[in-house]
Design a protein around this ligand. Structure first.
Ligand code: CDP
Ligand code: MG
Length: 771
């Protein structure tokens, strides 16, 4: 391994040397050029790329302009941006005019806040500028070159942006430009610019809190205020304090699309704020006069109205999720078919494109393709398109005013996805999408009154609305024990920290002194939520870690089942054959194992209405998790069909997610109601579950879906006796901790350890957090 690494390093050094020589030659040529043709030079002056300038002592920086020998005046074409060469496209971005200033500011400061409209070139250009400058390439301390890292809150943004930058630099993904998202690492020894999700960088910080592989880290889309970005604010602030000498200085850039820069700046020791002047056109905002009854219907109407009455220009519609998007795609297609039958010759073709995070990446890239003549694109997107993806050519935005977000639901005792009204800041961000290519229009499907009076000004940061177990555990693994003293920009509430401490305590991840345990350290090694990691590890004891890896790889993968509109019945019949009477976890295991038996056959998938792409993804995730097991020497064990072992292991991690059939509820028919053991909330088994008709007495569930009712998703039957055996510290029977004998006995969870001062339990220090 290390010999290979050494060879790679040497190759890289050689390439670098050659590159330097080439650049030097070009510079010499340039001097000649100036003498020969001064006129041409004046043209080039305004468009030069900057040259690499290394080893100039590090004091004042100068950059030289380099002309591009391949470019002639003929290559300039007017009209659509897409006809421009890659270089011309790069240079037409607003950020380009500020290239030198940006490099200088980042060089001179440990923290820089950069504010700029979506599409100004922050994400794709800044990293390249810094890399081209050569100022941040090497540390005096280590032999290895340092990377420029850039975090994104969303996986889709991380991968699509990395691909774009690789294309601009003319390299393959994984070479000079790479990305790293959960379960997929496309970086190598060569990587200089690395895009990743903020969650991945947070993970890296556990291993290396100083983030010593990076010279600059750009926390992109900071206005989104994801938990991971918020935690990175604090971690990077600490890392910068440690790495503040000339030899090893770390620099942090925080970028935001909205104007809340002062807050960021004051948090980062009053650092400079650079504003990239936007190049946006006015957007006419239209409010709905009356509240819309059904925004999907209103969306369809508005799209059709624009398409038939308004001049060319693409449409962007903001919806809340995949299901809504797919429904609307289908409805619009029908509408267009009807229009075509009516033979209205004047109507253009409507290209309908969905965008959501679970969409396969080759389909996502279609949204960036230019619209052909006599066509209009309509993009149906989740709030992914608010700031993280830039789509050119949008003239019309339709904004129903809702987004799906993950928030802690006290009634259910867990985070669930909920559809909520957006904030005014988000609404403005959305309407801004219409003014990138020319003057546009935004149709808001809500009244001006509800915009002014009902919407909040800003979105609440995730850290103040979600369960923090994962985050608290990570911080503890990094060695930050006193979570309330951690420098949060907006601290989470004391209650939510207590809640996570409770969860972690019962998972065995922390002990009574709030210190991380051996189990806790093991959990952190697996990049899934603590509950899943715990189950996977317990699977070792129950002789079924192999099976559990499969089950959770399948649960993590969206869209396993294929149900084409015209063949739903056939599909359902095929799917029914996989159903286990014991529940959905075992059904998923069944599907995967049958697929393995078929030799990972694509025709097997087709025949059984299973999505091959999803199965491949599940297989990837499984392999990644399995590699981690091998790396950390967690045994891989199999129960060979002993379903009790699997279900017991599920209880050992998901003991908070147990529901009992309500006594009043009949056991026949569908829709029996259940009650969660820990929060005593009424819930129902989702109709898609293999248990939806059988209504067993006790079930363990993976998650709750909050739609018309509270539905349990991925449900499996259990024997309640197991709970007392497996997690005696969490459950009691009739107030006594004895093994259950009678069916009627009541099992209930113990008091919250951290909320009640019982059994001599004391919090290790008084809490001083806000709220
Ligand atoms: O980060 P910011 O919103 O400031 O802009 P960006 O993501 O760097 O995008 C700059 C430009 O690159 C956009 O206007 C797009 O034209 C182009 N781009 C692209 O064509 N394909 C991508 N996947 C990303 C950006
Ligand atoms: Mg960006």
């Amino acid at each position: 391994g290390s010999a290979l690494a050494k060879a790679r390093r040497e190759l890289k050094m050689k390439l670098l040397r050659e590159d330097k020589e080439r650049k030097l030659k070009q510079r010499l040529n340039k001097v000649d050029d100036v003498k020969i043709n001064a006129e041409e030079e004046s043209i080039r002056d305004t468009e030069g790329d900057q040259d690499e300038e290394q080893g100039n002592g590090g004091s004042s920086i100068k950059w030289q302009q380099r002309h591009n020998p391949t470019k002639s005046k003929d290559s300039i074409t007017f009209g659509k941006r897409t006809n421009l060469t890659m270089k011309e496209q790069r240079e037409s971005l607003p950020v380009f005019a500020m290239r030198d200033q940006l490099i200088q500011t980042v060089y001179d400061n440990q923290f820089t806040v950069i504010v700029g409209e979506t599409g100004s070139g922050k994400t794709t250009q800044l990293t390249q500028y810094l890399n081209e400058s050569g100022l941040f390439y090497r540390s005096a301390k280590s032999e290895k070159h340092l990377m420029i890292g850039c975090t994104q809150p969303r996986r889709v943004a991380a991968t699509s942006v990395a691909k774009r930058v690789a294309e601009e630099m003319g390299v393959q993904i994984g070479e000079q430009v790479g990305y790293s998202i959960r379960f997929e690492d496309r970086t190598s020894e060569l990587t200089e610019i690395k895009y990743m999700t903020d969650g991945m960088l947070q993970r890296e910080a556990i291993r290396d809190p100083l983030l010593s592989e990076y010279s600059v880290i750009m926390l992109d889309e900071a206005h989104e205020r994801t938990i991971a970005t918020d935690v990175l604010f604090g971690l990077l602030k600490q890392a910068c304090r440690m790495r503040n000498t000339d030899e090893e200085r770390l620099r942090v850039i925080v970028t935001s699309a909205t104007l809340n820069a002062e807050k960021f700046s004051s948090y980062f020791d009053n650092c400079p704020v650079v504003t990239i002047p936007g190049r946006t056109f006015p957007v006419e905002v239209m409010f709905s006069e009356e509240p819309c009854m059904d925004y999907l219907v209103s969306c369809v109407e508005t799209v059709m109205k624009i398409h038939t009455e308004e001049k060319t220009g693409d449409i962007l519609v903001f919806l809340t999720g995949q299901e809504e998007i797919e429904t609307m795609c289908a409805v619009l297609e029908e509408k267009m078919e009807m229009l075509e039958k009516e033979k209205k010759e004047s109507t253009d073709k409507l290209i309908i494109l969905p965008v959501y995070s679970a969409l396969p990446s080759e389909m996502q890239s279609r949204i960036f393709e230019p619209t052909p003549p006599n066509c209009r694109k309509v993009i149906l997107a989740t709030n992914i398109a608010e700031t993280s993806l830039t789509i050119d050519g949008i003239f019309y935005v339709i904004d129903p005013g809702f987004a799906k977000l993950n928030a802690y639901d006290a009634k259910l005792g867990m985070d669930t996805l909920q559809v909520r009204p957006i904030s005014r800041a988000q609404a403005n961000q959305r309407s801004g999408r219409a003014g990138r290519t020319g003057p546009g229009r935004c149709y808001r499907l809500y009244t001006e009154f509800s915009y002014q009076k009902e919407m909040s000004a800003n979105t609440v940061p995730e850290i103040q609305r979600q369960n923090l177990s994962n985050t608290v555990l990570m911080l503890k693994a990094i060695g930050i024990n006193d979570i309330l003293k951690f420098e949060f920009m907006d601290p989470p509430s004391r209650e939510s920290i207590l809640l996570s401490l409770n969860d972690l305590y019962y998972l065995g991840a922390i002990d009574g002194n709030e210190t991380i345990t051996e189990v806790g350290k093991q959990l952190v090694n697996i990049p899934t939520e603590p509950q899943i990691s715990k189950t996977l590890l317990e699977g070792v004891k129950f002789n079924c870690s192999e099976e559990l890896l499969t089950i959770f790889a399948m649960i993590t993968t969206p869209n396993i089942y294929h149900r084409p509109k015209a063949q739903q019945e056939q599909a359902d019949k095929k799917h029914a054959r996989f159903k286990s009477p014991l529940g959905d976890h075992l059904t998923l295991l069944n599907i995967y194992e049958r697929w393995v038996e078929s030799g990972f056959d694509r025709y097997w998938c087709e025949e059984n209405y299973i999505q091959l792409r999803s199965m491949n993804q599940a297989r990837d995730i499984r392999n990644q998790l399995r590699l981690l097991f091998t790396k950390f020497k967690y045994p891989l064990t199999s129960c060979h069909g002993n379903t009790d072992s699997i279900r017991k292991a599920l209880c050992s991690g998901f003991f908070k997610n147990i529901a009992k059939r309500s006594p009043s509820s009949s056991s026949q028919g569908n829709g029996s109601s259940y009650e969660t053991l820990s929060e005593l909330t009424q819930v129902f088994i989702h109709p898609s579950s293999s248990l939806s008709r059988s209504s067993p007495q006790y079930v363990v569930y993976n998650t709750i879906l909050n739609t018309t009712k509270e539905y349990l998703v991925h449900v499996t039957t259990i024997d309640p006796k197991w709970l007392i055996e497996i997690v005696p510290e969490f459950f009691e029977i009739n107030g006594k901790r004895t093994i259950m004998r009678k069916e009627q006995e009541v099992i209930k969870p113990l008091f919250n350890r951290f909320n009640r001062d019982q059994e001599g339990w004391r919090l290790s220090r008084p809490f001083t957090g806000s709220t």
